[in-house]
Design a protein around this ligand. Structure first.
Ligand code: GDP
Length: 420
């Protein structure tokens, strides 16, 4: 209640997916320019550089892809994390590249995202191909990681004269595609935009031919996202440690992270898993300000009595002392294998599992019926397939149903899924 009354800002992170050249980088660059996070001057600078290499139209994309290697190749390689704030919300952009060899980076982004923006190239003939190829794989990934909400940015509508028919056709086809993959229509929005010209992103569309559209701008659709549901607040407190600081005060350690569930108050008794270290909360700090409490979705630094920082690791989980997360070495996950990365069946015995920042080896797959270790025939996931896998881990780790996991093998992310 106190939270609802306060005018504290919401936080939300999103990933941007879509076919290469759909206009993801251009759109995000444009968004940052319109919100005055990047100066038009900077874009001009990139534009001039771009002109020299005959790639003028890439200027806005370059705002996002500032590293020279990326500029040379004209694609986004790493996930470029960017922040921006609107009146109500603090957003983190986990940008996603479109090239198929960069899918592993997108997985990293998607596994942290609250929702996704799917960019569709509305230019004639472009998006239909995408629904079968990269776009499909991206959307399946979102689905297998349990993301529920998608904002579909129907981009480049300037190239088809802001045709309402074109927008409606895409709307219908993409909605069918998404609901077919298990998304609920009520969680999917379609917004007509031009990333290049900046239409309907922050400001409404200016073109007369778009007067048929009376709906939200992209930023309004972003703001409509309700990240802090009453459900997530009611769940037991959970926070994965992302940073560890030794404090000036004796006997205090500060641990920072994003609250994954529940609420926290000064005075709460917590347990740090997997090593079962008991601590008390001495302070709650958000954006350098001391607070009495914090809730799911917020990035906090917690001053804790007790723990020796040597015994706390990044990826450890903070939870209530009297309602701790359970540590286990036997788990069931439902995961999807990526066709583009691994055209061969995945041998699960060779994989490594990434969970909430920590890495554990998968030492065996177990027979679902008997719980016995499968020795003879290694279990495999076929490319593009989804499998329910029972796994024995090399050590006990704090785990919970619904957690997102990715499986890596030989340095590549080959599958992603949810813990059951
Ligand atoms: P990404 O690979 O999805 O990040 O795509 P980019 O942002 O690099 O854009 C690919 C190309 O499409 C570039 O030449 C952009 O200038 C162009 N582009 C992006 N958005 C629009 C748009 O709304 N209208 C038009 N006409 N071109 C666009």
């Amino acid at each position: 209640k106190e939270y609802e009354k306060s005018n504290m800002k919401k936080t939300a992170s999103f990933v941007v997916v879509g076919h290469v050249d759909a206009g993801k980088s251009t759109l995000m660059g444009r968004l940052l320019v319109e919100l005055k996070y990047v100066e038009e001057r900077t874009v001009e600078k990139y534009r001039r550089q771009a002109e020299k290499s005959g790639k003028q139209s890439f200027a806005l994309a370059w705002v996002m892809d500032q590293r020279s290697e990326e500029r040379e190749r004209g694609v986004t390689i790493d996930i470029a994390t960017n922040y921006f704030e609107t009146e109500k919300t603090k957003f983190t952009i986990l940008d996603a590249p479109g090239h198929q060899d960069f899918v592993p980076n997108m997985i990293a982004g998607a596994s942290q995202a609250d929702f996704a923006i799917l960019v569709i190239d509305a230019n004639t003939g472009a998006y239909e191909k995408g629904l079968k190829g990269q776009t499909k794989e991206h959307v399946l990934l979102l689905r297998s990681l349990g993301l529920q909400r998608i904002i579909v940015a129907v981009n480049k509508l300037d190239m088809v004269g802001w045709s309402k028919d074109r927008f409606d056709d895409i709307n219908q086809e993409v909605m069918g595609f998404l609901t077919g993959l298990g998304f609920q229509a009520k969680n999917v929005d379609f917004i007509p935009i031009s990333g290049l010209n900046g239409d309907n992103i922050v400001k409404p569309i200016e073109a007369d031919s778009a007067s048929w559209y009376k709906g939200n701008t992209l930023i309004q659709a972003l703001e409509a996202y309700e990240p802090v549901t009453s459900q997530a607040i009611k769940k037991p407190f959970r926070m994965a440690v992302s940073e560890i600081f030794r404090s000036q005060q004796q006997g205090t350690t500060t641990l920072a992270g994003r609250i994954d569930a529940g609420t926290i108050q000064v005075g709460d008794a917590l347990l740090i898993q997997p090593n079962a270290i008991p601590v008390y909360v001495k302070s709650v700090v958000i954006d350098k300000d001391s607070q009495e409490w914090a809730v799911v979705g917020q990035n906090v630094s917690l001053g804790l009595s007790g723990p020796d920082p040597l015994h706390v690791r990044v990826g450890d989980i903070l939870c209530p002392y009297d309602n701790p997360i359970i540590c286990t070495d036997t788990i069931t996950i439902k995961a999807m294998a990526f066709e583009h990365i691994m055209p061969m069946p995945i041998d699960l015995h060779k994989g490594r599992l990434h969970i909430a920042g920590s890495i554990v080896s998968m030492v065996a797959t177990l027979d679902k019926a008997t719980g016995e270790v499968i020795k003879k025939k290694p279990k495999v996931i076929q490319p593009g397939g989804v499998a329910r896998i029972l796994i024995k881990l090399g050590e006990k780790v704090p785990l919970e149903a619904g957690q997102r996991v990715v499986i890596r093998s030989s340095g590549e992310t080959i599958a992603a899924g949810l813990l059951e």
